[in-house]
Design a protein around this ligand. Structure first.
Ligand code: ZNH
Length: 142
């Protein structure tokens, strides 16, 4: 689990990158559909699932907003993200493996936009945080 210091690192980094969180979210989701095209199947109802397209960029921002929302729930992610978990598990039926793919693309995007701030120490903390968010969103699977 996350240490007190890691929680501080996560909050510090995410508040630092907040001014570009829309670009980061759009980049992360564009990369996910480009690098792992099988993930597009969840978005088949959109007008486009191409990397960089308007719906992909828009949803990248939505997801990044979800990540930001999770910061305030960091001490109880499973409880705090319960309704989002129900959406992903029961309604959307997102296979948990996809959360790892998206988290990876988010890490790459953070590193792209903030190469100096995204130190190995930050990387570890954000990686753990995204894994815990993913776990909370998959909670309803078990
Ligand atoms: Zn998700 C939706 C978040 C992951 C798929 N999402 C969503 C939303 C949010 C989110 C916030 C919106 C909701 C409402 O509207 O209510 N996600 C999120 C997060 C994460 C995620 C935070 C992690 C981190 N997702 C994910 C994945 C996938 C998904 C991985 C697959 C691949 N989502 C999804 C879908 C949807 C969502 C499909 C719906 C959309 C539409 O339809 O438009």
């Amino acid at each position: 689990s996350l240490t007190v210091k890691q929680k501080a690192t996560i909050k510090d980094f995410l508040s630092k990158v907040t001014s570009r969180h829309e670009d980061i979210g759009a980049e992360a989701l564009s990369r996910m559909v480009a690098v792992y095209p099988q993930t597009k199947s969840y978005f088949a109802h959109w007008t486009s699932t191409d990397p960089g397209s308007a719906p992909v960029r828009k949803h990248g921002v939505t997801i990044m907003n979800g990540v930001y929302d999770a910061i305030s729930k960091i001490d109880d992610l499973k409880g705090g993200l319960l309704s989002l978990s129900e959406l992903h598990a029961f309604m959307l039926r997102v296979d948990p493996v996809n959360f790892k793919l998206l988290s990876h693309c988010m890490l790459v995007s953070f590193a792209m936009f903030y190469p100096d701030d995204f130190t190995p120490v930050v990387h570890v903390a954000i990686d753990k945080f995204l894994a815990q968010v993913a776990l909370a969103l998959c909670e309803k699977f078990v």
